[in-house]
Design a protein around this ligand. Sequence first.
Ligand code: UD1
Length: 428
Amino acid sequence: MDSIRIRGGRPLKGIIPISGAKNAALPLMTACLLTGETLTLANLPHLVDITTMANLLMSLGVSLHMKSNERGDGCGGRILDLSTPMITDTTAHYDLVRKMRASILVLGPVLARTGQARVSLPGGCAIGARPVDLHLKALEQMGASISIEGGYVDARVEGRLKGAHLVFPQVTVTGTENLLMAATLADGETIIDNAAREPEVSDLAHCLVAMGAEIEGIGSSRLVVQGKESLHGATYSVLPDRIEAGSYAVAAAITRGSVLLQHADATQMSALLKVLTAAGVVVSVQEDGILVSADTAPIRGVDVMTEPHPGFPTDMQAQVMALFATAEGASMVTETIFENRFMHVPELKRMGADINIHNGSAIVRGVPRLSGAPVMATDLRASMSLVLAGLAAEGETTVTRVYHLDRGYERLEQKLAACGAEIERVRG
Ligand code: UD1
């Protein structure tokens, strides 16, 4: 199994190009199931999760054609044609779904297009139980009959799904995306209240509009969809990854360096940029990105609470905790979205961090220096927090279970090494 070896203590300086967003690309790819015409997606990141989704879509009858890189810098931005003249299999099998929870995103589109869908239940994951009950209840409200048998969700509808007034009792990102896609082919109007407002949801909505869908309220917590009998093909470019950009912003801050996050969009990152600014990081929005500098003033601890967008993203919680572990003073980091998302804490403590967990909050008291250690993490963002801690630590850090990082960070070692980090992948 590969690992990442880091020699910490070097301030990062340079430019990091930000790739297309994984969490936007995945639902956008499943949108191809809604039409018989070709959907062309540009700025797709090179990630294991994208390959997993491609394999799942192919198993349902989608044909894929990868074109060359969009930009000549070898930094990603692939263009992919996805065509589904016919959905040839309406079952998303366990062996593919178990690799990635976002596979549940095929449920809404396949059901809406064919009147039936069988999708393996994704099951638990390292950061919590993560049920899909809200997706299923909302589809039932649209007229689907749903049963769960042998670990599979079996959904059926006579004719088309019916427009309905859906009110999510809790904000769910993939739930909103699944229902939004289903609603575009439903009979009549669907209102989704308490919809997720994450930029990735809006990206999907804009792509659906380009495919002929009628959606009002994009970016708000009320989405109103007028269902159509069919959608058509479109060409759409995936938005930049705010979580990748945020992670590298923390890399600049934790190493007390200065990095330009090329292509990053500050408007989608306000909560994080506010926290970084309060911590003493200098953030300046430029024409083609965001310059993040921490080479002048000391970094102070700041209190953070995760919330649905536009609040502070849970996907950045582990990374800022690594930063605060090296800051002056104390911070309280409160996780409200997932019940088990402090798996990085014991590993950060092994590197010398002073962190205590009380229920859903972690009290982080900054220490002058972390020390390198062999560490491993159980999920994507937790793994990144260990890489970040390693970049700041004295001595050598080895992060194992690199497959988590490969799910969500394109060319991680190359991007960091280009800014002066001493980092390498050790093949194992
Ligand atoms: C998405 C993101 C993930 C991010 C998360 C929260 C993708 C592919 N993944 O995950 O990176 O961390 O949003 O911003 O976009 N819940 C239920 N029942 C449901 C659905 C959700 O109880 O049917 C709960 C979850 O357990 C969790 C909360 O709602 O506690 C939010 O989860 P949700 O927004 O659905 O997360 P995902 O869409 O899976």
